[in-house]
Ligand binder design. Structure first.
Ligand code: GAL
Length: 425
């Protein structure tokens, strides 16, 4: 634990950490080893707002079901793990893993598997009956060479636009209906500008820009060609990719000037406060609105323009790190994560839908009820920004290309950089 605690202390001093590793009885020295060995350090980036509310829900079930163990919160603030992932990498590298950590199902998980940093938990699937509880396609996403390396907590949707109907009304736009295409959305943004909304599309740094570019590619290329961008079947150099990136360039001209300085909850506030009409963000926004008690009537949401009928997914899952401090405690956390009760307590607050197939829609808020229906009926495509389709290394390359583009937009340069990013591992 010392490596993690030390890194957290450095981040905390730098003002990057919203939640400290509270109740960390092995830090003060006097606690004694036996008490310390019962701590379960859970590493996530769910430090505030709706994300923390979701985590708290899971913890409440853990506290009831795992009385021998004490939850220790090792959350590092920053949307999509923008600070957390580096802290985690350092601690894993130093051989100081937390008891368990959050990782996305798919390519991102493979990074940790290939580095030998997570253990096979296939036996836990059998012990806890999870091989029957989760849909097979999700289990396949978590499986490498016949072994399963994490337990999924949820399914999130990435391709969602959140809008303020009162702002749209100023330009006589009907907030209840999604524009049919990216071009139609751009036309609405022109109307909003003409009605005095200076930056109709609120956006934040890093991964939010990646989500927007993914949504435009999905709309323009369609589900199959879009999926092919990540598995090598679609040519990044194609004219259709160029055309989509031109639209992305145009969309950025409708966004707030401070986009490189803010995180996704700030962009959402621009919408809630009526300074912007839209923000594109995953459905953790539903959790944030719930936590902030924003009334249902104050906002609306639909699939990103041109992507209706497609559910772009990502899944948070939890791991059993190799040589973790207290594997029994970690296993009890994993049991909670996979349980019907744990998934319900977490997902009703987190904006996501349960990964288990046996959940009852009636137990969930309205947003998740719709998402559950779409998950069943829509075409499913993966998110790159949230690790379903892309590795950590690929994402880092994409993020640096997008931040350069934000400063000086050059479509040809961006197209080459994105293609090159997907050639690396
Ligand atoms: C994603 C994560 C979500 C949510 C989001 C914003 O990567 O899967 O659960 O936390 O980041 O921070």
């Amino acid at each position: 634990m010392r490596g993690l605690s030390k890194t957290l202390a450095v981040l905390s001093a730098a003002g990057l950490l919203a939640v400290s590793a509270c109740g960390n009885s092995d830090d003060g020295g006097g606690g004694g080893d036996s008490a310390a060995s019962k701590d379960v350090t859970v590493f996530t980036w769910w430090a505030d707002g709706g994300e923390k509310a979701g985590l708290d829900g899971m913890v409440s079930v853990f506290n009831t079901d795992c009385k021998d163990f004490k939850f220790v919160n090792s959350a590092v603030a920053g949307g999509a793990g923008s600070n957390a992932k580096q802290v985690l990498a350092n601690d894993l590298q130093a051989g100081k893993p937390p008891s368990t950590f959050q990782a996305h199902a798919g390519a991102e998980l493979k990074d940790y598997i290939n580095a030998g940093q997570v253990d096979d938990v296939s036996q836990l699937y059998k012990d806890y009956g999870l091989d029957k509880a989760f849909p097979q396609n999700l289990i396949d996403n978590l499986t490498v060479d016949g072994k399963i390396y994490s337990i999924p907590a949820n399914i999130h949707r990435a391709n969602v636009v959140w809008a303020n109907p009162a702002v749209l009304k100023k330009a006589s736009i009907d907030g209840a209906k999604a524009p049919a295409s990216v071009d139609a959305w751009i036309a609405d943004m022109d109307k909003l500008k003409a009605a005095g909304v200076k930056a109709p599309l609120a956006i934040s740094k890093g991964f939010a820009q990646e989500m927007l570019v993914e949504a435009v590619l999905l709309a323009d290329l369609g589900a199959d060609k879009f999926s092919g961008l990540w598995d090598g079947k679609t040519d990044w150099a194609g004219a259709d990719v160029t055309a989509a990136l031109e639209k992305y360039k145009k969309l950025l001209t409708y966004t707030n000037a401070d986009r490189e300085a803010i995180d996704w909850p700030d962009a959402l506030q621009y919408v809630n406060k009526g300074q912007a009409g839209y923000t594109l963000m995953g459905d953790w926004v539903a959790a944030q609105q719930l936590a902030d008690k924003v009334p249902d009537s104050a906002y609306t949401y639909w699939p990103a323009p041109g992507t209706s009928g497609t559910f772009q997914f990502l899944a948070d899952s939890f791991t059993l790190p190799t040589n973790g401090a207290d594997p029994d405690g970690a296993k009890c956390w994993l049991k909670t994560v996979g349980s019907a009760e744990g998934q319900k307590a977490f997902n009703t607050k987190k904006g996501s839908i349960p990964a288990r197939s046996d959940a009852q829609p009636a137990d969930y808020p309205k947003y998740q009820q719709g998402a559950m229906a779409d998950w069943k009926s829509n075409k499913i495509v993966p998110s790159c920004a949230h690790g379903a389709a892309c590795t950590l290394g690929q994402n880092n390359d994409i993020l640096s290309a997008l931040s350069q583009f934000s400063g000086s937009p050059d479509v040809a340069k961006l197209q080459t950089a994105l293609g090159n990013a997907m050639k690396t591992s």
